[in-house]
Design a protein around this ligand. Structure first.
Ligand code: PLP
Length: 509
């Protein structure tokens, strides 16, 4: 990476120059550099931000057909991430997953998909009409967490489906657990299978040697990252990177022109230009600090009664083949020993300590440590956790709520394509009446957003009881309506288990 080059921020520079030139605007946006914006808004954020809320103009280039400063900014991103080409995304990794799948998968194309996929991957499959075969990561019953997919299972899926020329992986997962991308991608490429990686949680990986190998470094054909989630992009700003002989990048550009707004936010794009510059020029130093802060916090958490937070060594010992590496900046804190659910601890932290965590599940809270964190904020979290432990930890009365709730089940594959189920005539049924029917929605417990039911899967008794229990614990079940009804296709289950991934397995730990 050329440091001098990476210090450049061509898009942001052009935006500032244009804003400072004070040209008279008779074009969109209608607020005309903030003159027409609501006073309350301007007073809160200050006037300057509106002067760089620009539109497509010669000086600042066009995202739809980049030939100037956006082209240069994307080329710098490609160099920084070791890609052949990079593309700025304004609808998050959601939009990137849609574009990636629409580009790589024609209608009816067989595609292998790791089942720990975000709903945007499933939406991509619905839009494209591809025919997915899912394979599952194991759930570690000791850690009560979904691991990532194992190399053996990925290879077995590739071997079992030689007709599939696309493989979609998600790595790292929400908890920072990474798959063996290098091993899997090398194997896939031997069979000329293109590998697309949802790397929403990994825009920082490329910039520190102690973090898991990034998708681009591992040889992925395409990878999408939420720059906004972990590093300096503003919310919704993501990037798609490509390095491929298997996928036509002209077609990818064409798809991006269809799925992206024709009025992209220059503020979001500038944040990508600057976030890339920051990572490329001082990322290692900034991430080093985040890694050290996370390491110290993890150690301290493991001394608090009722809490535990695994590190790489523990994860490897307990999960063995099902995990390759851990992004140590994610702190997955098990709260089971307090006799409280993760949801409850998250609420207590928010309401009593004014601390907000990334997410909760029945057994854990998840804390993201990033380049924006300071020791004093982490000290506040540690004090709060100590306070909760003092109030709730009772050695005699140790109960684990998640033992009751158990491992998330999944729907039973029926062989129906997600697209066919999604567009099939449908009805809304209360969950318990939906048993045995084909789901026509994406049902996820969000976060972490891994689907319990995919359109085309049969609603099983295990799914019904899990959804009922988890909703009563306080989880948000995405895909059910306000009355907790589920959308099902007006058809009977025709086949069971055909084209199916095995149901999620619980590992022996
Ligand atoms: C694995 C994964 N992929 C994709 C997304 C969507 O990313 P975005 O919010 O940038 O659209 C998320 C969001 O949480 C995610 O966890």
């Amino acid at each position: 990476m050329k440091r001098d080059l990476q210090l450049k921020t061509p898009l942001f520079d052009a935006m500032v120059t244009l804003a400072e030139s004070r040209k008279v605007s008779f074009h969109t946006p209608g607020h005309k550099s903030g003159k027409g914006i609501s006073t309350r808004f301007r007073k809160f954020v200050g006037p300057k931000i509106f002067t760089i809320d620009l539109t497509t103009l010669d000086e600042v280039d066009s995202l739809q057909r980049p030939i100037g400063v956006i082209k240069q900014a994307q080329a710098l991103a490609a160099e920084a991430y070791g890609a052949e080409a990079s593309f700025f995304l304004l609808n998050g990794t959601t939009g990137g997953n849609h574009a990636m799948i629409l580009t790589a998968c024609r209608p009816d194309a067989p595609v292998l998909v790791a089942r720990n996929a975000h709903k945007s991957v499933l939406a991509g499959l619905i839009f494209s009409g591809a025919k997915p075969t899912f394979f599952s990561p194991e759930i570690n019953s000791d850690l009560k967490l979904a691991m990532n997919i194992s190399t053996e299972d990925a290879k077995a899926a590739i071997d079992a489906h030689p007709e599939a020329k696309t493989l979609i992986l998600t790595s790292p997962n929400y908890y920072g657990i990474a798959a063996d991308l290098k091993g899997i991608i090398a194997y896939a490429h031997q069979g000329n299978v293109a590998v697309l990686v949802d790397e929403a949680h990994g825009p920082h990986l490329h910039f520190h040697p102690e973090l898991p190998c990034s998708a681009m470094a591992a040889g992925a054909d395409l990878a999408v990252q939420s720059t906004h989630k972990i590093i300096g992009g503003m919310t919704q700003a993501s990037m798609l990177h490509a390095n491929t002989k298997r996928i036509d990048l002209n077609f990818l550009s064409s798809v991006l022109r269809q799925v992206q707004s024709t009025s992209p936010s220059y503020i979001l794009m500038a944040s990508l230009d600057l976030a890339r510059m920051q990572m490329a020029t001082e990322g290692e130093k900034l991430l080093e600090k985040a890694i050290r802060l996370a390491g110290k916090a993890r150690k301290k958490i493991n001394t608090i009664a009722g809490l535990s937070c695994f590190d790489r060594a523990v994860l490897n010992r307990r999960a063995g083949r099902n995990v390759r590496d851990l992004d140590v900046t994610k702190l997955t804190i098990s709260v089971e020993g307090l006799g409280l659910s993760g949801y409850r601890v998250s609420q207590i932290l928010n309401n009593e300590y004014q601390i907000q965590v990334e997410m909760a599940d029945p057994s854990h809270i998840l804390v993201i440590i990033s380049i924006g964190d300071r020791q004093d904020d982490i000290d506040r979290l540690l004090q709060a956790l100590q306070g909760i432990s003092t109030s709730y930890y009772d050695q005699k009365n140790k109960q684990t709520l998640s033992q009751k709730i158990g491992i998330p089940p999944m729907g039973r594959p029926t062989g129906m394509r997600p697209r066919d189920a999604f567009f099939h005539p449908k009805s809304l049924l209360p969950i318990e009446k939906a048993m045995g029917r084909i789901c026509s929605e994406i049902i996820t417990v969000y976060p972490p957003g891994i689907p319990i039911l995919i359109p085309g899967e049969e609603v099983t008794p295990e799914v019904v009881s899990y959804l009922t229990e988890i909703a009563s614990l306080g989880a948000t079940v995405d895909g059910l309506d306000a009355e907790r009804r589920i959308s099902v296709a007006d058809t009977k289950v025709l086949k069971t288990g055909k084209d199916a991934a095995p149901a999620m397995k619980a590992s022996i730990s």
